[in-house]
Design a binder for this molecule. Structure first.
Ligand SMILES: C[C@H](O)[C@H](O)[C@H]1CNC2=NC(N)=NC(=O)C2=N1
Length: 153
C-alpha cells in the first residue's frame, strides 16, 4: 500500500495544482487522495501520512460537496442562454481533453451550468480535479455569462 501511495504521490507531484497562480498545498499541506473506501463507514482522504475526512481545499468559487458518498468539487454559473451554455461546455471540453481528465457537465433550466469534478477511478478527489477546476476558472467567459447574476457555488 505504501509503495502505491508513493507512486501516486510522485505522479501527482509532477502535476502540482496551480490555484490562483501559486502552487497549492492540498489536504493539510501534503498531497492527498481519496482511495476507494467501499465497505468503510465513511469516505477518508489519505495523505502521505494519515487520513483526513474533510480536506482543506482552495479553488476560488468551487465548493466541496459529497454525492453518493463521493467527494466532489462543484461550481455553478448562470449563462446568457442555452446555446451559450453549450459554448461553455465546448471550452471546458477542450481543457478536459488536453488534461485527459473530464468533468460532469450539467445544463439545467436552459441557462444554469453546473460542473462537478471528481476522479471516477478512485471515486473521490485527486490533484487532477483541482488542476481541472483551476483551469476552468481561467477560461474567458466574456459574452457567455449572464450579466444579471451568477451563482458562485
Ligand atoms: C483512460 C482515460 O484516460 C481514463 O479513463 C480517464 C479519463 N478521464 C477521467 N476523468 C475523470 N474525472 N476521472 C477519471 O477517472 C478519468 N479517467
Amino acid at each position: 500500500m505504501c509503495l502505491f501511495l508513493l507512486a501516486v504521490q510522485a505522479k501527482a507531484a509532477s502535476r502540482w495544482p496551480l490555484v490562483s497562480g501559486k502552487p497549492s498545498l492540498l489536504g493539510c499541506g501534503r498531497p492527498f487522495y481519496q482511495m476507494d473506501t467501499r465497505g468503510q463507514d465513511e469516505n477518508k482522504v489519505l495523505t502521505a501520512r494519515g487520513c483526513h475526512t474533510s480536506p482543506r481545499v482552495k479553488v476560488n468559487g468551487w465548493e466541496l460537496t459529497t454525492e453518493g458518498g463521493i467527494l466532489k468539487l462543484h461550481r455553478a454559473w448562470k449563462v446568457k442562454n442555452f446555446v451559450k451554455g453549450l459554448e461553455f461546455f465546448q471550452l471546458v471540453a477542450a481543457i478536459a481533453e488536453e488534461e485527459g481528465h473530464h468533468p460532469d457537465l450539467h445544463l439545467v433550466g436552459w441557462n444554469n451550468v453546473k460542473i462537478d469534478v471528481w476522479t471516477h477511478s478512485v471515486r473521490g478527489l485527486t490533484d487532477n480535479d483541482f488542476i481541472l477546476a483551476a483551469k476552468i476558472n481561467h477560461l474567458n467567459l466574456e459574452g457567455i455569462l449572464s450579466k444579471r447574476a451568477n451563482v458562485q457555488k
